[in-house]
Design a protein around this ligand. Structure first.
Ligand SMILES: Cc1cc2nc3c(=O)[nH]c(=O)nc-3n(C[C@H](O)[C@H](O)[C@H](O)COP(=O)(O)O)c2cc1C
Length: 453
């Protein structure tokens, strides 16, 4: 049986994916600015043998619907949002094995300083840091950072390719493995001959520098990515070690998974060099009736307006310009291409605002799996075996009880069916995922390593 892995999918904010549920009396997400909230959260996930907590992030506001951020602000739709990286050391201090996948938009991060921040986190967590590489989909983020608007969709990936080359060279090339000597008697901390400057003169970036951090356990963090457009898949197949996919139908997801793995092989990698994680929302209970009752209870707090705000921004479409039953012209989006394709697949080519709202039963386009734990465990196993999925990024609903339900009810069933670990493997995050702490030699990032003389 394939081993299924779980990540909690969250954000340093109140309303993440399922919009409106923060109003539920038992929901604790309003405590996002309380460090003890995250520490307790991390400990709980580690009790459930989760691979990691995955933190999304955006660098702008959702102001596409009605060309205003007012509704996002009213409904806490990913705003206010705090920096995800700051949470990591606190959560790492109270856990031993949990991994941390942190989203950072490279468009607005100078590569030199960014590489150092990630190296610092890799040191402090003893090799438990991952980076979700994103290029953004919000014009508001571009304007906030002094640009007129975003670059065109595919150009963003070209920029990302160049960025990756720089950070790989800082992480993998600059310091040789034995550069740090730490010889107190000789007064020699590090061997200057083994620390190298990198010189990069590219289209977007120019840089001449040695990396400021000494080699960390993983050097390059575990690389996550979520692009499903043709250009996004090519990028994922080249760089990503964990890829996020979304979808409602096994066949559709299987096709994406197989395509990315095939493209990875074309890029000189092995199909299993990439772990596939699927986004999922689960509402469960001991029985079907208990799960349904919980679902109906949660549903009372859903905000359709907030769900529409989120969908408008991630699809790049202002729904306020359409009557409820007027067909929506999709055209070519400059936001998240794969989201637009997914909605067209789900709602049909003649989709409307009303059809979209009908799909968003729990406050997002991600349809929840609702059912008894036994039934959900069976569905997860089916997804894993039939679509080639390695794990699930579990969106929160009412937090933390949604994760308590998964840990108390679903994990033991999966363990019984030998589809879930009973203890953590040792070592850094990459070692737990792939059996080795460093990028494999066949990964493009490893090509920058200095060859032994
Ligand atoms: C599960 C999932 C999580 C994502 N998380 C973020 C995020 O936190 N921040 C962000 O800017 N984009 C996020 N994205 C968007 C992707 O990084 C990427 O921009 C988008 O999927 C581009 O896909 P495309 O190549 O299909 O256009 C996410 C996408 C998916 C599917």
């Amino acid at each position: 049986m394939r081993e299924i892995r779980f990540n909690a999918f969250d954000m340093n904010t109140v309303g993440h994916i399922q919009q409106g549920l923060w109003r539920h009396p038992r929901d604790q997400s309003y405590r996002y600015h309380d460090i003890t909230y995250w520490m307790d959260y991390a400990k709980r996930l580690e009790e459930g043998l989760f691979d990691g907590i995955f933190l999304a992030d955006v660098s702008g506001v959702y102001d596409v619907l009605g060309a205003s951020a007012d509704a996002a602000i009213r409904g806490a739709v990913q705003v206010p949002v705090n920096d995800p990286m700051m949470l990591v050391p606190a959560m790492a201090a109270v856990t031993t094995h949990l991994g941390f996948g942190v989203t950072a938009n490279l468009t607005y991060e100078p590569p030199f300083l960014f590489a150092r921040r990630l190296s610092t986190l890799d040191h402090l967590t003893q090799g438990r840091i991952g980076w979700n590489i994103v290029t953004g989909y919000l014009d508001s983020a571009a304007r906030a950072n002094g640009l007129a608007g975003q670059m065109a969709h595919d150009d963003r990936y070209d920029l990302a390719d160049e960025y990756m080359e720089i950070v790989y060279r800082l992480w993998e090339e600059s310091w040789e493995d034995d550069a740090v000597v730490f010889d107190r008697d000789a007064g020699l901390y590090a061997d200057a001959a083994k620390v190298h400057k990198i010189h990069h003169h590219g289209r977007q970036y120019r840089l001449e520098a040695m990396h400021l951090s000494a080699p960390s356990p993983q050097r390059t963090p575990v690389l996550y990515q979520a692009g499903s457009s043709p250009r996004g898949r090519k990028f994922a197949a080249t760089h990503a070690e964990c890829v996020f996919v979304n979808g409602q139908k096994i066949d559709g997801v299987k096709a994406i998974v197989e395509d990315i793995r095939a493209k990875a092989v074309e890029a000189g990698r092995e199909p299993d060099d990439i772990k596939m994680f699927m986004g999922a929302t689960i509402v469960t209970g001991r029985t079907e009736a208990e799960a349904r009752e919980k679902f109906e209870d949660y549903r009372r707090y859903v905000s359709s307006e907030a769900a529409l705000v989120h969908a408008a921004a991630s699809l790049g479409i202002d729904f306020s310009k359409y009557d409820p039953d007027e067909p929506i012209e999709t055209g070519k989006s400059n936001a998240i291409t794969s989201n637009v394709e997914a909605i067209t697949r789900a709602a049909g080519p003649q989709w409307t605002r009303r059809k979209l709202l009908q799909q968003m039963v729990l406050g997002s386009r991600q349809a929840p799996m609702v059912g008894a734990a036994d039934d959900i465990a069976g569905q997860l196993i089916a997804w894993s075996e039939q679509a080639g999925i390695d794990g699930f990024n579990l969106s929160r609903t009412v937090v933390p009880e949604c994760f308590d339900d998964i840990i108390d009810l679903i994990v033991p069933i999966l363990q019984e069916r030998q589809a879930y670990k009973t203890h953590y493997a040792e070592g850094p995050m990459r070692q737990k995922l792939f059996g080795t702490p460093r990028l494999p030699d066949r990964h493009v990032g490893a090509s920058h390593r200095r060859k032994a003389p």
